[in-house]
Design a protein around this ligand. Structure first.
Ligand SMILES: Nc1ncnc2c1ncn2[C@@H]1O[C@H](COP(=O)(O)OP(=O)(O)O)[C@@H](O)[C@H]1O
Ligand SMILES: CC(=O)N[C@@H](CCC(=O)OP(=O)(O)O)C(=O)O
Length: 261
């Protein structure tokens, strides 16, 4: 993958927040006001989002079958149309509206806008119209952040020949975080982090995560989250967390010794 790592040498902290489709309907005004406070404290925000449940409802309404493999939706042509129209047409503007109502200047984007996210097929035979990120237009994001505008990014990639490609929201969040050199990545979902044997984990190391996936304790939609989180951790992003709506959850740490609270 080739991305253009941005020159990010300012003192401002930069945070990428991914809102899972599982949480979007339940988020209230107070939640979005948190973002306003973060912004007022000088943190630059980039918001990315999924929309799995909304896509599932629309697929069901149109009798289009779909299934997932390792947390990734196997996406045929008909499903791709639903993904594109749901994420870009419905979920993204609804989220931009919530942010605007909370007093945040926000602009909705997807991979096509300003060539924000150019993608190629991940593995067409296995996954169909699913994309792997090839390049991210960080200059566009820099310009928006500089102007105090929060980019709100739908996880649709642009193939260079014009085809829209479905990319998992967690993958997009981690790719964006890596590309802009974020100081932190927050994956907000419907559970308060990684749960093992009914216990939420305050921290998780790469070795434990690998073991939990092997043992089947981490499955489905949690898999792209931990994979994205690990990519960011390995690339040196200091704070990577999987959290619930209260913004409390699991911090991914390099080793159990390196963590001090
Ligand atoms: N070990 C785990 N701990 C917590 N949740 C897990 C775990 N393994 C799998 N999951 C599942 O992952 C889900 C979150 O992923 P997903 O439904 O894709 O959410 P989102 O829409 O926020 O991306 C949880 O609701 C849970 O069902
Ligand atoms: C390729 C792939 O898996 N795409 C996801 C995109 C939406 C998403 O990631 O939504 P959540 O954040 O709610 O899980 C999908 O089709 O469901």
């Amino acid at each position: 993958m080739t991305t253009f790592k941005s020159m990010h040498h300012t003192a401002r902290k930069r945070m990428v927040i991914k809102l899972g489709g599982s949480t979007l309907a339940g988020l209230n005004e107070a939640f979005f006001e948190n973002f306003k406070k973060l912004q007022e404290s000088g943190i630059e925000l980039i918001i990315t989002h999924g929309g799995g449940p909304a896509i599932n409802r629309e697929l069901a309404a149109r009798d289009i079958a779909s299934h997932t493999l390792n947390g990734i939706r196997v996406t045929n042509e008909a499903a791709m149309e639903v993904v594109q129209s749901t994420l870009i047409g419905k979920v993204n503007p609804a989220l931009v509206h919530e942010l605007t109502s909370a007093g945040i200047a926000a602009i909705g984007l997807n991979g096509f806008d300003g060539q924000l996210m150019v993608a190629d097929f991940l593995d067409k035979d296995t996954y169909g119209y699913v994309g792997a990120v090839q390049a991210i237009n960080t200059s566009l994001l820099e310009a928006l952040l500089h102007a105090g505008i929060v980019p709100v990014i739908a996880c649709v990639g642009a193939h260079e020949e014009g085809q829209a490609l479905n990319i998992n929201g967690d993958t997009v969040a981690s790719e964006i975080a890596l590309a802009v050199g974020a100081d932190s990545l927050l994956l907000v979902t419907d559970v308060s982090g990684i749960r093992i044997d009914d216990e939420y984990q305050a921290t998780a190391t790469p070795a434990l995560i690998e073991q939990w996936i092997e043992e089947g304790h981490i499955y489905g939609g949690m898999i792209p989250k931990v994979q994205g989180a690990l990519d960011c951790l390995h690339a040196g992003i200091p704070a990577v967390q999987i959290v619930g709506e209260a913004l409390i959850g699991t911090t991914i740490v390099a080793s159990s010794k390196s963590y001090s609270s």
